[in-house]
Design a protein around this ligand. Structure first.
Ligand code: HEM
Length: 440
């Protein structure tokens, strides 16, 4: 790697344009690149076998460690931030909640919420697509978690959550390390965060208390399932941990899904032949009906659109880990304490594993070609023991949303807007995405 700045190393390039840094480094230097970023050394591994070795085989060596500490003020010690035994216990609790068979009742919650948001578009109209899909995915995840119990407070809860998340995102991308005392200073951001987080915690803790005192096993929502799972545990989970788990799922399930659906619609708008294939499939499978859980298998092309979108625009565009001991990855020595980064954005376009890697082509994910995809060349939901818990939830939500939009609307981007990806915490579109929507 060419030497970077004498003091900062490649920190400035990493901050200015990480997609460019990681992409060009792989193109010029190959599948292993070592950078110095300030006082930290970072290894980028891009080969699918290296992805497997770090995320799957090396699960006990490469850990999240303190990497996501800046999330703690918002989501505490939930399944995303926890490590070791604590993580194992929380994963055990949350896993059954997301089993495919448990998703059927959630499907109805999703279609009702999607229909409400789509109604409000009042086509023909120009909508702010990314904001609309953020609103949609946040409402979906809140309703999936709490059922209708939060309906009256939904706008207030959404606002508090978005306000707290914006500050958290700014803290994450800031080069200043995690220093809890710094977040107690009375800055505008800190005060806004504290206010929003306090309001949010109050509502969530109140719901947990109410459910714990009345017990409501009949609720089809995720909170009821998590509470039922924790009753079966030997060591009861404290209300505080339950709160952390809820906040974690709100965080994990909101922006990732909104960015994915925004990118899917931008790509479809640019590829009319793919849009036509999807509309034809939706019309044939549903004949104008609202989709139901059983219909999802009849929408393989719609699913392939989502998978191809996640290949080119993976919401989680980089997955970092910390090496807890010195190791060797495919002959390359990784010293203890280094950060190892796997970059789906890069591996998903690796020319040795993808034909015509920059082309948007959902058919790669349809049989029979699908079987030829290298198992570890595609990992938009991570891999190994910390793989995304909400994968089926997210794919179902995106399939339902795309299908319901295709049933109602035609999309057109004014001025052929070329939306650039912004590698923020998730891979967001740069700025808002104005989209013209017409009734079909
Ligand atoms: C398109 C949408 C989504 C994408 C691309 C995505 C991607 C990911 C990725 C890459 C990871 C692994 C991160 C790592 O290994 O460091 C992850 C973890 C996680 N995701 Fe998702 N996710 C999505 C939606 C969701 C949804 C809807 C939920 C829940 C409602 C969710 C819940 C979680 C949880 C709880 C974890 C942590 C698992 C653990 O550490 O054990 N995700 N996600």
């Amino acid at each position: 790697m060419p030497p970077g700045h004498w003091l900062l190393g490649h920190l400035r390039e990493r901050r200015r344009d990480p997609l460019r840094l990681f992409t060009t480094s792989q193109q010029l230097l190959g599948d292993v690149v070592r950078y110095r970023m300030g006082y930290i050394y970072v290894e980028q591994f891009s080969h699918p076998d290296q992805v497997r070795q770090v995320l799957v085989d090396g699960k006990d060596i490469y850990v999240k460690g303190t990497i996501w500490d800046k999330l703690r003020p918002l989501i505490g010690n939930g399944v995303v931030t926890a490590g070791g035994q604590e993580w194992k216990r929380q994963r055990r609790l949350a896993q059954p909640v997301f089993q495919h068979s448990r998703l059927e009742p959630i499907c109805l919650i999703m279609t009702e919420t999607i229909a409400e948001v789509l109604e409000s578009w009042h086509a023909p109209n120009t909508i702010a697509l990314f904001s609309q899909l953020r609103k949609l995915t946040l409402s979906v995840v809140i309703r999936a978690l709490f059922g209708t119990e939060l309906a009256p407070q939904l706008p207030a809860v959404s606002d508090s959550f978005v306000a707290a998340l914006e500050v958290t995102n700014r803290r994450i991308i800031s080069p200043i390390p995690y220093l809890p005392w710094l977040y107690r200073a009375p800055t505008r951001d800190n005060l806004a965060f504290r206010r929003a987080a306090r309001d949010l915690s109050k509502v969530v803790e109140e719901i947990i208390r109410r459910r714990q005192s009345t017990g409501d096993p009949a609720s089809p929502d995720l909170l009821a399932l998590i509470m039922a799972a924790q009753l079966a545990e030997e060591n009861q989970i404290t209300p505080r941990l339950l709160r952390d788990e809820i906040m974690t799922l709100l965080l994990a399930g909101f922006e990732t899904s909104a960015t994915t659906m925004t990118w899917a619609l931008c790509l479809l708008e640019r590829h009319p032949e793919a849009w036509r294939c999807m509309v034809t499939e939706v019309d044939l499978a549903l004949g104008g009906r609202t989709p139901q859980f059983a219909d999802l298998v009849a929408l393989p092309y719609t699913r392939a659109v989502i998978e191809e979108t996640l290949r080119l625009r993976p919401a989680v565009w980089a997955i970092p880990r910390m090496a807890t001991r010195t190791d060797e990855v495919q002959g390359f020595r990784v010293p203890r304490g280094d950060i190892v980064v796997l970059v789906p954005y890069v591996t998903h376009r690796h020319p040795d594993f993808w034909e015509d890697p920059h082309k948007f082509d959902p058919t790669r994910f349809l049989a029979p070609g699908r079987g030829e995809i290298h198992r570890w060349a595609y990992f938009p939901f991570g891999a190994g023991q910390r793989k995304c818990l909400g994968m089926d939830f997210a794919i179902m939500e995106a399939q339902l949303t795309l299908a319901m939009i295709a049933q109602r609307y035609q999309l057109h981007s004014p001025d052929q807007l070329d939306v650039r990806p912004d590698p923020y915490v998730t891979l967001r579109p740069t700025g808002e995405v104005p989209m013209l929507v017409f009734p079909r």
